[in-house]
Design a protein around this ligand. Structure first.
Ligand code: ATP
Ligand code: MG
Length: 311
């Protein structure tokens, strides 16, 4: 699905069943040629669940169509504190589907993987997609800048927009709020606070039966009942060096590269010139057999090479 298709899907996700909504672009195109009885009403500017730029949304009405809908189900009207993103989210459709499925059946899911592999970005999109399933909201607790593990509960209270109750421990305030609520809390970037995150997650999950926690961390939290899910590298065709550039352009990794390149140079187009730099290096040849090595060592020095890594 292309960028426009994904935006369309996100627009449709904020509408109610039977409701017809259109974007500003569509509104401008059709306004002067609406069939009789059809009208477009301004429903305001809304943040869609791709967490990108907001969209001005219009509702289509006709006397024969239902018209009694509640507020649009956009990020603005659902309980959450998910941060907006300046860059568009790219690909990861399979990963999002798997994470969405896991969030429906496990209570502590940790996205793990090397620094920069996309854990935070994936968790953010998965959290936005999980809004409908968590009526008490989706709450983002950003931990990368938190140094003192003792401040973790208070940081979470701030993220959930709660107030510490006088005379109460921060943990008890959290439990009081979350005990009966179907909420999703995301602990983002836990790796430097593993023990504190593990302890808080474990205690909250025991005290709040409808709570789900999604964590991102370079290493699992190590809590009993945790599902650790390793974030794979973005997809790239196995034979990237030999594929037509059109095939390469459809892979997530190259789409992200192209997206970012266009931000830097608006007229950037992906051509075959980029094939070699984009293709991963060919695997190293197998090491020579001892007899070949012995033969070669007479005339040349054989250097040992590190094994090829796939990620
Ligand atoms: N699917 C994606 N679409 C768009 N941008 C992405 C995507 N995945 C990763 N990025 C970008 O790549 C960069 C690194 O991603 P991210 O911060 O999610 O990695 P991380 O695994 O959380 O890293 P760390 O371990 O350092 O926290 C960010 O700038 C992020 O916006
Ligand atoms: Mg991260």
């Amino acid at each position: 699905m292309g960028k426009r298709g994904r935006r369309f899907t996100r627009l449709r996700a904020i509408a109610h069943g039977g409701q017809v909504v259109v974007s500003q672009a569509t509104h401008d195109l059709v306004l002067d040629r609406l069939p009789s009885g059809v009208a477009l009403s301004d429903l305001g500017v809304h943040h869609l669940r791709d967490l990108g730029r907001p969209e001005h949304v219009f509702g289509l009405s006709h006397p024969d169509l239902p018209s009694d809908f509640g507020p649009l189900r956009s990020l603005d009207d659902l309980p959450n504190n998910l941060p907006s993103e300046l860059t568009s989210f790219v690909g990861r459709a399979d990963e999002l589907a798997q994470i969405g499925e896991l969030l429906g059946r496990v209570r502590l899911l940790t996205l793990t993987g090397a620094g920069g592999c996309g854990k935070t970005r994936l968790a953010l999109q998965a959290a936005a997609d999980a809004l409908d399933a968590h009526p008490a909201g989706v709450w983002w607790v950003e931990l990368s800048r938190l140094e003192d593990p003792a401040l973790l509960p208070a940081t979470m209270i701030g993220a959930l927009n709660l107030h510490e109750l006088p005379g109460w421990e921060p943990f008890d305030t959290l439990v009081e709020h979350l005990r009966q609520r179907a909420a999703l809390v995301v602990f983002d970037n836990c790796e430097h606070l593993l023990a504190a995150c593990a302890e808080l997650a474990d205690a909250l999950l025991h005290s709040c039966p409808s709570l789900t926690i999604l964590a991102t961390s370079r290493a699992p939290l190590g809590v009993h009942g945790e599902t650790a899910w390793r974030v794979p590298s973005m997809s790239l065709p196995a034979e990237a060096g030999h594929e037509p550039i059109e095939t390469l352009a459809r892979s997530d990794a190259v789409r992200l590269f192209t997206d970012r390149a266009i931000q830097v140079r608006a007229n950037f187009t992906l051509t075959a010139t980029y094939q070699a730099p984009l293709a991963p290096p060919s695997p190293l040849p197998p090491p020579p057999s001892p007899s070949t090595a012995a033969a070669c060592s007479k005339g040349s020095r054989i250097r040992s090479r590190p094994p090829a890594t796939t990620r």
